[in-house]
Design a protein around this ligand. Structure first.
Ligand code: ADE
Ligand code: ZN
Length: 342
């Protein structure tokens, strides 16, 4: 029987938002094989065990190579719907009430899948998640930074007719050698469309990339940002501006950003007053969903209920949801926090 652990129980069950989760990264091997079968695709792995055995990443690029290859099984609206719903089932089990989900249109349009197919499928899954679990989901289009800004503009042209269904824009894929500055004009256009922007920065890349994301792309959140801990002035700025970081602990360990969870800079970031949120990034590939991240972090750092309250509250405050929704969720969080035995 599991030991009684009220702090961990609170951390796992309290209302929270997930703000950094790539839907393509929630493709579990079982679903990947099912979709390959459904779509008549020969998958280059014998079975799910053989695929899982390939989840042995030395860095971000080694992961991305496999992640893009697996995304090839996603072909139809039904595929994207099933993917989204499978994630929301897991999200509900982890207390998530709101999620802002990344997707990579270029990964799909480059294979001849229409942007509208992807969007319709993801929205169908989100609608079912809302009806069944009450989880609100918004979509964030991510641009692949290993491609050109011109390619990004062509993608944005495909997105614009559907802009009412898109909540924000982000920047992901191979960070090293592809600084935020490469996308300054593209992100200015995204902001001019009235959408907030976010960017992966300081995952593998240097603190300079975080400065560029802030100053050139004018982001509302930094995705990862863990290498900020190398630059005291940057830490101070992030804390002063209360700029949210969407930190993904299991991802950082699996991609060898930190050798082990105990060496993660999370405690340093929190102590410096940075607005940290916890997220799963690519849960199918990195050893788990948000709840698994919470368990792993708690095993390493044994935080108190106040710290977990703050992290959950940060996630709700840092979301792009309406003020009314946020205050409703925070009231629920407060009520649950008041019940934690001291
Ligand atoms: N795309 C999916 N996961 C990513 C990550 N952790 N970093 C950059 N791009 C990604
Ligand atoms: Zn990510």
């Amino acid at each position: 029987m599991a030991a009684n652990n009220p702090v961990l129980d609170f951390a796992l069950s309290c209302p929270k938002a997930e703000l950094h989760m790539h839907i393509e990264g929630s493709l579990e091997p079982e679903l990947a094989f099912a979709l390959a079968r459904r779509n008549g695709i020969a998958f280059p792995y014998a079975d799910t065990e053989a695929l899982r055995a390939a989840y042995n990443f030395g860095d971000l690029q080694s992961f991305l190579d496999l992640y893009y290859a697996c995304a090839d099984v996603l072909r139809t609206e039904a595929d994207f719907r099933d993917l989204m719903l499978a994630y929301l089932v897991r999200a509900h089990a982890d207390g998530i009430v709101h999620t802002e989900i990344f997707f990579d249109p270029q990964t799909h349009t480059a294979r001849g899948i229409a942007f509208e197919t992807v969007l319709n499928g993801l929205e169908a899954g989100a609608a079912e998640g809302l009806a069944r679990f009450g989880i609100s989901s918004e979509l964030i289009v991510c641009f692949l930074r290993h491609l050109s800004e011109e390619d990004g503009f062509a993608t944005l042209a495909q997105v614009e007719p559907f802009i009412d269904r898109i909540h924000g824009f982000g920047l992901d894929s191979s960070e090293q050698g592809h600084p935020p500055a490469k996308f300054e004009r593209l992100f200015a256009r995204c902001r001019a469309l009235g959408r907030p922007v976010v960017a992966h920065a300081g995952e593998e890349g240097p603190p300079a990339y975080i400065y560029e994301a802030l100053d050139l792309l004018k982001v509302s959140r930094i995705d990862h940002g863990v290498r900020a801990s190398e630059d005291p002035a940057l830490m101070q700025r992030l804390a002063q501006e209360q700029m949210p970081l969407t930190v993904c602990p299991l991802s950082n360990v699996r991609l060898c950003v930190f050798e082990q969870m105990e060496l993660h800079t999370l405690p340093k970031l929190i102590e410096a007053g940075v607005k940290v949120t916890l997220n799963s990034d690519d849960p199918a590939y990195f050893g788990g969903y948000l709840g698994d991240n919470i368990r792993a972090v708690q095993a390493a750092f044994n935080w108190d209920a106040q710290t977990w309250y703050k992290l959950a509250r940060n996630s709700l405050e840092a979301s792009f949801a309406s003020a009314a929704k946020k205050s409703d969720w925070i009231a629920r969080l407060d009520a649950q926090f008041a019940l934690v035995p001291v």
